[in-house]
Design a protein around this ligand. Structure first.
Ligand SMILES: Cc1cc2nc3c(=O)[nH]c(=O)nc-3n(C[C@H](O)[C@H](O)[C@H](O)COP(=O)(O)O)c2cc1C
Length: 162
């Protein structure tokens, strides 16, 4: 059984790629979240932006984990940034499960130079335990590998791993 669970939503693959890398490096379980809402194309883009700005969520689809979410020592939650907020899919996960998390860490992926780190505090509103580590990454940017590695170092430190 794994101690670390990586949960994420990804619309266009950036967060998916990052979470796959992190889960592999940390030997963590990896689960993708979906809410079943059509989010492709221009219409989907607009819907994502509106959902994020209004903080509206549709119920996430049932997902399978090896054990209940509350039993993992650490849950790493991955989301794209939408309009300066976390994705509504991840918001719904946090609304439902945030209070159950023993320990949390956040990974956000973004498109702009702005790190959007205020998103971490927004996510904490649903997570009474707060976050142990967090990183904001931009695919293809010069600092990507450095900051991803630094995040994994913080997580390993927390877990007491070398
Ligand atoms: C509706 C929408 C709003 C976005 N808003 C922002 C934003 O406010 N700031 C930013 O840096 N990137 C923004 N982005 C870009 C995404 O955060 C970025 O491309 C992310 O890596 C996409 O992750 P994904 O491929 O896992 O879906 C937005 C993307 C979408 C679809």
């Amino acid at each position: 059984m794994k101690d670390v669970l990586c949960m994420y939503y990804s619309r266009t693959g950036n967060t998916k790629k990052t979470m796959e890398e992190i889960a592999q490096a940390l030997d963590a379980e990896l689960v993708e979240l979906q809410d079943g809402v059509p989010r492709s194309g221009v219409g989907g883009w607009l819907r994502c932006g509106l959902d994020a700005m209004r903080r509206t969520t549709k119920p996430i689809r049932p997902f399978k984990t090896e054990r209940p979410v509350r039993e993992y020592r650490l849950v790493i939650v991955g989301s794209p940034v939408w309009a300066g907020r976390c994705s509504s899919v991840v918001r719904d996960f946090l609304k439902r499960y945030g209070k159950d998390l023993q320990n949390a860490a956040y990974v956000i992926t973004r498109g702009s130079e702005d790190r959007n780190e205020e998103v971490f505090e927004q996510m904490d509103l649903y997570v009474p335990c707060g976050h142990r580590a967090a990183v904001s990454l931009r695919s293809g940017s010069v600092g990507y590998a450095f900051w991803e590695e630094e995040f994994m170092r913080q997580v390993r430190d927390f877990l007491g791993q070398k």
